[in-house]
Design a protein. Structure first.
Length: 365
């Protein structure tokens, strides 16, 4: 069948591109012709560009702010270029089709998958209706592991959410809290499924990217500091001291002179997989940092999430390892994760998730 995927495909974010890869490759493995719908809304213009001119055009920014931004861009340009190029090369390997062709129905698709990731996030302007399938097409519309991120929104927004979801023929979400929210809003036929990265087994990730198996000579702890949490960093450094591990840190963005402090500033998607796969331990404030730690059977801590913890809590509760999430007042109990039990649970949930995908496609036949 001809299948399209609508998600945040241009985002220079490890989780965004790797969750797309997981769903894309699973659908291909079932014999379908798969394309990514190239939709990038105007409100995201300039985001993830190598050099963004948005701040220069912002009348609210004074000359001092704009000058500081120019200096930062100049200092970090080489590092940003290397990282930007790695993401661009990864993204371009997907088959893309122009979204306008789909929304005008000049290109016939049998099924469109919406998700995963926070495609249903409520922004300052509201929801983006395109990610709910609010456009003309004859294709069956399926949400796979859709997420809102922060779900505490106004009653007006809840009403809008309920109406928008009605555009979807088969609904699945990533978080149990969102599943409950939709059911409370009267949307009864909703299923919680796993993030798409779990649709591929660890051995399949290694088959696609064999270079991630190369071992490092010295043992290290990986600190993926997505939300810049100081307490999480202190925990990670303490673990390194206790175990004589090297401290390796990555961030979501590139800031001046971090490389001097040992931060890996040019890490691309495949580099990220390699760093997680070869780490002795992972400390992270990233949902997909946690997801790949689990996939690669790593001992890990999920901390520093603050108000954004519902997504990772939902995953850890599903796998019955919720003790791996620490808030600022929690103490870490040094007990290893029993991955034989976790992997059995993942297999059950992957089976359920794949059944949802395959059943939704059959519905479109």
């Amino acid at each position: 069948m001809e299948i399209g995927i609508l998600t945040f495909h241009r985002a220079h974010n490890y989780g965004a591109v790797l969750q797309l890869f997981g769903l894309y490759k699973y659908l291909e493995s079932k014999g379908h012709s798969v394309s990514v719908l190239d939709y990038w809304p105007t409100y995201r213009e300039g985001q993830y560009s190598l050099v963004s001119t948005k701040i220069y055009k912002d009348p609210a920014k004074d000359i001092k702010s704009k000058t500081a931004y120019i200096v930062k861009d100049g200092v970090t340009f080489f590092e940003k270029f290397i990282k930007w190029k790695k993401f661009q090369n990864f993204i371009k390997d997907f088959q893309h089709i122009n979204f306008d062709q789909v929304s005008s129905d000049t290109l016939k698709l049998d099924v469109i998958f919406f998700g995963s990731d926070q495609i249903w996030r409520h922004n300052n302007f509201g929801f983006d209706s395109k990610y709910f399938g609010a456009f003309d097409t004859s294709a069956i519309k399926v949400s796979y592991a859709a997420s809102m991120g922060i779900e505490n929104v106004s009653e007006e927004a809840n009403s809008e959410l309920r109406n928008l979801v009605r555009n979807i023929d088969s609904i699945s979400v990533r978080e149990s809290t969102l599943e409950k929210k939709l059911k409370d809003l009267g949307v009864s036929d909703v299923l919680q499924v796993l993030d798409p990265v779990f649709l591929l087994h660890r051995r399949q990730w290694i088959e696609f990217f064999p270079e991630i198996e190369r071992r490092n000579k010295r043992k290290y702890l990986l600190f993926y500091n997505l939300l810049n949490d100081l307490q999480s960093k202190k925990r990670a450094i303490q673990l390194c001291k206790e175990n004589s591990w090297r401290f390796v840190e990555i961030h979501g963005d590139v800031k001046p002179f971090r490389w001097i402090m040992g931060v890996k500033t040019t890490t691309g998607p495949v580099d990220f997989l390699k760093l997680v796969n070869n780490a002795e331990f992972v400390v992270t404030s990233s949902f997909h940092g946690v997801a790949f730690s689990i996939l690669f059977n790593k001992q890990f801590l999920a901390c520093g999430f603050g108000a954004n913890s519902s997504r990772v809590k939902s995953l850890l509760n599903l796998l019955m390892i919720n003790d791996r999430h620490l808030d600022e007042n929690s103490d870490f109990k040094d007990v290893e994760i029993e991955y034989s039990l976790v992997n059995n649970r993942i297999d059950e949930l992957v089976f359920k998730s794949k059944n949802f995908i395959d059943g939704s496609i059959l519905f479109g036949n």
